[in-house]
Write a protein that binds this ligand. Structure first.
Ligand code: ADP
Ligand code: MG
Ligand code: MG
Length: 891
């Protein structure tokens, strides 16, 4: 049942703490994390108070049947006897009582589980024994009142506050501030009061019988596995209910025996920075949770060196030993009893992203771990955090509204409502946050000028989200509780109004909108990131390209390690101030001749675009997608024109101008589509207006010819969007090849280029074998493929997707995390069919999923050649691709 463990199947209790220790670190599933590591420390010869672990299996049996198997009770009784022998004390004895702690411990540490009960075994008689044995009356009653509180709170479910207020009242009466100032008789009186509270609250007396106490505490731990807090925590963290928790029963050591005793917690390295320095806190004359409870202010661990030099030296030796053994930063708990040190817990320490990176790289340099291990020690999400400014963790603020975490990082600025205004303010060196109902390609300039973007509508692949991620700018999208009132230049969230020019802060990693300026911290991207990613590159097998439309973005991506461009969206190039007039002329043209004339004006600009990109990528592959969006996106909006018309008429503008605007308006109205996402776009444009694609291909080939002449090696990859039937590709390709060949002949220049297609419609995936007859490469456009597979409009999904996710109808937003079961299946089919026709066809993915860790890993497992993602996600994809290889090898 438990592979590798040479134990009988009906062994339910494992002893730890001396040479008879039965467990070990690798038995976490059975013993829980705490129990397995206590056993491991004992195995290493580290002083651990002896005890035993009742397995997670017992938890499951007990929760299922409501009773313990007979053997379990026997094994617990035997373990108690063994514990008595080892410690020389007796459970329930009035001369030399054995006291124990009862501690929960699942495979992973789990807030929400039962808290620890300390000093169990005390009652009105044993407390006297403890007092006599130690000669320390105060200590004995301090332990008793602590036990009564914890047992009452944790096992009997009495509000902690009831005990706490009795304690406070007592201190007040006696005029003392610290618990430690209470003397024995005060503590004795408190114990009486606590028993009275228990009687009142539960209707029965506090159980004096130690074995009864133990049984009740064990039951309480197991039952806590299914309390609401634990269930919620498991759901949020994907922890299976069938794991169960173990129970650790451990002999007590006392940090509350006086001024040479104490208790503390520490990290073997700084968990915030990763610096190699011992980091922690402790309290003298204290027990258990006192350190974290905040009643007294704990001392920094460094002062322990002066207080108790011997114990400190031992602690230092132990933490080095633990790090060497576990080969990772440890989070440890210890207690000192009259100068003698005991370890009570060790586990892998939680750390910030910066610390994770530093520790991983340092440990390789120290020879503790290999590069492969280091690559698994940092999560792609942590890398993401390192690349963007975040809210200062010390800052206090209130979240006003929450939208989608559309592009990570935090930003502060003054609210503006239009792209033009954003650009003006930025020119005057003002920091702004652009707030829009939704953004459109016309807003690019303003988005670029803003520190961050907030939209009221739109999902994870809305225009705002995609563009912001491309720019590496924070974005909160779909913040539905925001209402913009353009007339008064303000927006509101319920009864709060924010005017243009007011400061707000947004956090695109969490989707929060915050009133006012919150302090930001910018994590420095260190040389360590380069080092770790270079190790990832040695391991990964899949290529990582970027989605970039400008030389600037392409350069950013190359600096982040991109190995080419997987998607250049040419439409962004059409929005430039210098181009949009020609673009509109082209669209409004009544006949082919006029259209061609307009396209001729665009040709040199488009050619310069490609030269810029090719130069930055310096011979790396560049995939250029021909024009994709419906043409009306480039035209002014109806309302805008109507406004203009009204003011022209009011000002008695020229008739010809009025006529011109009316004409444009007619044209705009005629181009309106009910469903533009499924409308006249992609290769459908190329087929109906072939001269547009012809111009683009001419620009690509001319650009390549020019650079070729300068000695640069370029293999352009021309990509046709939105193909659903091979005939669409065939006819478009024929036309384009003709153009390409004639340009090459004209320029007397010859080189290879590829023509391929996006696979972004279900029909394309299902007929990929046919499409591969023409396509020389595939790039899965998973944004559109998700949209068309689910039938979810990308721009409208914000209205229902959050509800879907809240109610677990979908596990996550399929526009952010690839739906492997459905959309992923189509990708798999597409790959298989494509390769059946053209075995060496190059296949990548260029949707937003190309930079999402779980989707990258999936892509590797189904055999993609590369992923392509926005520049700031390139490092994430590099790491995730390496982790995918390691995970596959380890499985
Ligand atoms: P948590 O999982 O909440 O950290 P623990 O089981 O680790 O709970 O217990 C919390 C604290 O209780 C420990 O850090 C330690 O200070 C104290 N404690 C637990 N068991 C013992 C023991 N046998 N002797 C002394 N102190 C103990
Ligand atoms: Mg602990
Ligand atoms: Mg698409």
């Amino acid at each position: 049942m438990h592979g590798g463990n040479s134990v009988a199947d009906n062994k339910f209790v494992y002893f730890f703490g001396n040479e008879e220790t039965e467990g070990k670190n690798s038995m976490k599933d059975l013993l829980g994390g705490k129990g397995a590591n206590l056993a491991e420390m004992a195995n290493l010869g580290i002083p651990v108070p002896p005890g035993f672990t009742i397995t997670t299996e017992v938890c499951l049996l007990y929760l299922e049947k409501g009773v313990y198997p007979e053997e379990v009770i026997d094994q617990i009784n035997n373990a108690v006897i063994k514990l008595e022998k080892v410690t020389g004390k007796k459970f329930g004895d009035t001369e030399n009582p054995l006291l124990i702690s009862v501690r929960s411990g699942a495979r992973v540490s789990m807030p929400g589980m039962m808290d620890t009960v300390l000093n169990l075994g005390l009652n009105d008689d044993t407390v006297i024994g403890l007092s006599k044995k130690t000669g320390n009356d105060r200590f004995a009653y301090d332990s008793y009142r602590r036990f009564l509180t914890m047992f009452g709170d944790v096992v009997l479910d009495i509000e902690h506050e009831k005990f706490e207020s009795a304690l406070s009242a007592k201190k007040k009466t006696l005029g003392v501030i610290q618990d430690t100032e209470l003397d024995a008789s005060a503590l004795k009186e408190l114990a009486e009061q606590f028993k009275e509270i228990i009687r009142k609250e539960t209707g029965t007396d506090f159980p004096q019988e130690p074995r009864k106490q133990l049984q009740m505490a064990i039951d309480a731990v197991f039952n806590s596995w299914n309390n609401q807090r634990a269930i919620t925590y498991r759901r949020l963290n994907n922890i299976p209910g069938k794991w169960g928790t173990a129970v650790n029963v451990q002999s007590m050591v006392y940090g509350n025996m006086g001024e040479t005793s104490g208790t503390g917690v520490a990290f073997t390295r700084d968990p915030a920075t990763g610096d190699k320095r011992f980091f922690g806190e402790y309290l003298m004359n204290a027990q258990g949770e006192d350190v974290v409870a905040g009643i007294r202010t704990p001392e920094p661990i460094s002062t322990l060196k002066d207080n108790l030099p011997e114990a400190y030296a031992r602690l230092e030796a132990i933490y080095h030993k633990l790090e060497d053994h576990f080969r990772d930063m440890q989070d440890i708990e210890f207690t000192i009893e009259e100068g003698k040190l005991f370890m009570l817990q060790t586990r892998t320490g939680k750390r910030t992203a910066a610390a994770a990176l530093k520790i991983a790289v340092d440990m390789v340099n120290e020879g503790l771990i290999d590069k492969r291990t280091a690559v698994t020690r940092v999560s792609p999400e942590q890398i993401d955090r390192l690349l963007h400014p975040t809210l200062d963790s010390q800052a206090e603020f209130e979240v006003l509204a929450t939208g989608l975490p559309a592009s990570p990082g935090a930003a502060v600025g003054k609210v503006v409502f239009t792209a033009e205004h954003a650009e003006e303010m930025a020119k005057a060196n003002e920091k702004v946050i652009l707030v829009r109902t939704e953004t459109s390609p016309e807003d690019i300039g303003g988005m670029d000028a803003a520190q961050g973007i907030l939209t009221v509508r739109g999902g994870m692949t809305s225009h705002a989200a995609v563009v912001a991620r491309g720019m590496g700018k924070p974005c909160v999208a779909g913040c539905g509780s925001v209402t913009i009132d353009m007339a008064s230049c303000a927006f509101s969230v319920s009864d709060v109004t924010i005017n243009e020019g007011d400061y707000v802060t947004i956090d695109g990693s969490t989707g929060s909108l915050i009133l006012g300026e919150v302090e930001l911290v910018t994590p420095g991207v260190s040389g360590e990131l380069d080092t770790l990613l270079s190790w990832a590159d040695e391991i990964r097998e899949m290529g990582v390209r970027t989605n970039a439309d400008t030389p600037h973005d392409a350069q950013v991506a190359r600096d982040f390690g991109a190995e080419g461009i997987g998607l250049c969206r040419t439409e962004h190039m059409f929005f430039g101030e210098d181009r949009i007039p020609a673009v509109r002329e082209m669209i409004l043209a009544e006949d082919t001749e006029v259209r061609k004339a307009a396209l001729d004006k665009l040709l040199p600009m488009q050619k310069e675009d490609f030269i810029g990109l090719f130069k930055v990528m310096d011979g790396l592959p560049v995939t250029i997608r021909l024009l994709d969006p419906p043409l009306h996106e480039f035209l002014p909006k109806h309302e805008e024109l109507a406004d203009k018309l009204r003011s022209l008429e009011a000002e008695k503008g020229s008739d010809s101008e009025i006529e011109r605007i009316k004409k444009i308006m007619e044209r705009v109205d005629s181009m309106v589509e009910v469903n533009p996402m499924l409308g006249h776009r992609g290769c459908r444009l190329g087929i109906t207006y072939p001269e547009i694609y012809e111009m683009q291909v001419r620009a690509i080939i001319e650009a390549a010819c020019e650079l070729k002449a300068g000695g640069m090696d370029i293999v352009p990859e021309i990509m046709i969007p939105l193909v659903s039937h091979v005939n669409e590709l065939r006819s478009t390709k024929e036309d384009l090849v003709e153009v390409a060949e004639s340009v090459m002949a004209e320029k007397n220049c010859k080189f290879d280029y590829l023509v391929g297609t996006m696979i972004e419609l279900p029909r394309a995936a299902l007929t990929a074998d046919k499409i591969a007859e023409e396509a020389e490469f595939f790039s899965f456009g998973t944004n559109d493929l998700t949209q068309t597979t689910f039938g979810f409009s990308r721009d409208d999904a914000g209205k229902f997707l959050p509800v879907y996710i809240e109610n677990s109808i979908l596990p996550s937003d399929p526009f952010a995390v690839l739906d492997q079961e459905g959309v992923g299946e189509l990708v798999k089919i597409g790959i298989e069919k494509g390769r059946s026709t053209r075995p060496d066809i190059k296949i990548g993915i260029c949707g937003e999923h190309g930079g999402e860790p779980s989707s990258v890993k999936f892509g590797y497992n189904i055999g993609l050649n590369y992923v392509s993602c926005s520049p700031f996600r390139v490092p994430i994809a590099r790491l995730a691709a390496a982790q995918a290889v390691i995970e596959k090898q380890d499985n």
